[in-house]
Structures are given as C-alpha cells and as structure tokens.
Design a protein around this ligand. Sequence first.
Ligand code: DC
Length: 208
Amino acid sequence: MIIAVDGPTASGKGTISKKLAAHFGLPHLDTGLLYRAVGRQTLLNGGDPDRSADALAAVGFPDSLLDEPVLRNEATGSLASRASVHPDVRKALFDRQRDFAQQEGGAVLDGRDIGTVIAPDADVKLFITASVEARAQRRYAEMQERGVSITLSEIEADLHRRDERDTNRKDAPLIAAPDAYIIDTSELGIEEAFNAALAAIAEATASG
Ligand code: DC
C-alpha cells in the first residue's frame, strides 16, 4: 500500500505520517528533508538557492547531511522552499522519491506533491492542513522545546511566505489531489488527527 501525505509546513503531516508508517509497518520518507538538504548544501557551497544552477549543484549532498539537526530549523526550511521552486532540482530528486514509493510492500511518503506528481497512483492520498495560527503555535512550541530563539510573529510571517511560494510555484505546487482526503487538524490533537487519517484510509481501501 502506498500512502501519500501532502500539506503545508507544520500541518501535522510529518507526525501523522510517522504514526501511519509504524501502524502499518511501512517505511517512511519525509521528502521535505531532501529539499532541506539541497537548501543547506547550497549554502555550504556558497551558492544562492534562488539560482537554479546553484541549487542543482547541491542535489549531490552527502546522505549524512539528512541527520543533521540544523536541517530542522526555520532558516533551512526557507532555503528548501526557495531551492524547491526550480524544475531541474525537482527532476533530480524525482527518481529517489519514486523508487521509494514503489518498493515492494509499499511506503508512506510525505511532502507537497506526493499525491500529484511522485505517486499519483497511491492507494490513499491525504491532504493535511490547518490554519496558519494553529501551525505557528505548534512550530513555536517545538522551537521553544529545542531552545531555538524565535518569536511567534516571526514564525507566522515565515509560514505565510513559504505557503505563498510553495502554492504559487509553477512546477508541482502545493495542492490537494482531486481524490485526496482533506483533514483539517486546526482543532485536533495528535490522536484525533491520526484517527481521522486511519478512517480515511479505511474508507479509501474499502472502496478499492
Ligand atoms: O515539509 P518541509 O517543511 O520539511 O519542506 C521544506 C520545503 O521543501 C517546503 O517549503 C517546500 C519543499 N518541498 C517540496 O517542494 N516538495 C516536497 N515534496 C517536500 C518539500
């Protein structure tokens, strides 16, 4: 079974995806990490993520970069959002994601374009969303826990900028696939959101 999970930053898609992978015993790929690694590597190379050639040159990042905590920072998220605009970069990361989706037994992938581009044939597509306010609160709590100094309004402004960029880019914009189940987690706790995802999967797989 392939489960495609898309949605904006801090919507809860990562947490839900991890729980779904554990529940169904499936491997999980957080595709945002790949773009974050490209953004970070572009910076390490002294390049500019707004320049397609610079971002493309960073696609060969070492896999060890994926484990670095700096990848989780807001600043790296912004670099990733900028680097992910370029079609060449998206093309260069396509096979890795597609191969992961098509491995025997299935997989859970989360990102922005999983249900639309990477695995349009997924058995179940979920689109996880939430209000900017709810997402900013969550991200703020996460940053405080990690001791990162940032204000709530800085986070809100950053989320607005990234939503805008991810939604309006030409290639593979953030959009729900027509056959995706939309789950708004603004008012939901983790367990409630997870149960809503399980219910959607049960419905999708029952209807075949
Ligand atoms: O999910 P995230 O915040 O880790 O993603 C970081 C950025 O990477 C996001 O702003 C846009 C980009 N991204 C993408 O374009 N396509 C994906 N499948 C995943 C992430």
